[in-house]
Design a protein around this ligand. Structure first.
Ligand code: IMP
Length: 192
C-alpha cells in the first residue's frame, strides 16, 4: 500500500506512522508538495478534502489527509476546526492555555476529539471518522502526545493523553479509530 500523507503536523505524522507500520508512506516532501493549503472551511470534512485534493491534483497518487480537533461542550463545540490556531497563533502551548482560560469557572468540562480522514483512492473520495470522548482538566499532566493532550483525559482513564503511552493513545484515540477504518477499507479494496 503506497499512500501520501497530506500533513506537515509532526505529531499527527508520528502517530499515523505508528498506526500504519505496513504501508509505504510518502510525505509531502517526498512528492515535492510545498504549498500551504488553506483550511478556510467550517467542517472537518471540507478541510480534509481541501488538503487531500490539493495534493492529489499535484501528484496523482493515492493520498489521505486528517483534519482533526478538540470540541468542548461548554464552548458549543469550539475550538473544533479552529483547534490548530485557537489562540490566534499556531503554537500548541498558547492554544492549550487559551482553552484553559476559556474554561475557567465552567462546571461542564466534557469534550471530545474528532478526526476525519479524507482518502482519495484511485481517484475516488472516501471519508473515515473517529471520535474520542473525555474531559479537560485544569492543569497540564504528562509530556507525551501533542496539542491539547496534556489536559485531555479520555473516558475510562484517569491519565491524560500526555501521560498515556503512544500505544494506549492510538488504541482509543479519534485518529486511531479513523485510521483503522481506512486500513480496513483499503484491505477490502485490495482483495477485490
Ligand atoms: P489540523 O491540522 O487543522 O487538522 O489541526 C489539528 C489540531 O487539532 C492540532 O493542531 C491540535 O491542536 C488539535 N489536535 C488534533 N488531534 C489531536 C491530538 O491527537 N492530540 C492533541 N491535539 C490534537
Amino acid at each position: 500500500m503506497e499512500l501520501v500523507i497530506a500533513s506537515n503536523n509532526k505529531g499527527k505524522i508520528r502517530e499515523i506512522l505508528e498506526l500504519l507500520p505496513d504501508a509505504v508512506l510518502l510525505s509531502l516532501e517526498d512528492v515535492g508538495f510545498t504549498d500551504d493549503t488553506p483550511e478556510p472551511w467550517h467542517t472537518f470534512e471540507e478541510n480534509a478534502l481541501a488538503k487531500a485534493s490539493a495534493v492529489y491534483a499535484f501528484c496523482g497518487k493515492n493520498v489521505f489527509a486528517d483534519d482533526s480537533g478538540i470540541c468542548v461542550n461548554a464552548l458549543d463545540g469550539r475550538p473544533g476546526v479552529d483547534s490548530a490556531h485557537f489562540s490566534g497563533t499556531r503554537d500548541d502551548e498558547q492554544n492549550l492555555q487559551h482553552l484553559l482560560r476559556e474554561l475557567e469557572g465552567k462546571d461542564d468540562r466534557s469534550a471530545y476529539y474528532k478526526a476525519v480522514i479524507c482518502l482519495i483512492w484511485n481517484g475516488e473520495v472516501y471519508y473515515f471518522e473517529g471520535v474520542c470522548n473525555g474531559h479537560i482538566i485544569s492543569e497540564k499532566r504528562g509530556g507525551g502526545g501533542f496539542g491539547y493532550d496534556p489536559v485531555f483525559v479520555p473516558d475510562g482513564f484517569s491519565h491524560t493523553f500526555g501521560e498515556l503511552s503512544p500505544d494506549v493513545k492510538n488504541s482509543i484515540s479519534h485518529r486511531g479509530r479513523a485510521v483503522r477504518k481506512m486500513v480496513e477499507f483499503i484491505k477490502s479494496k485490495e482483495q477485490t
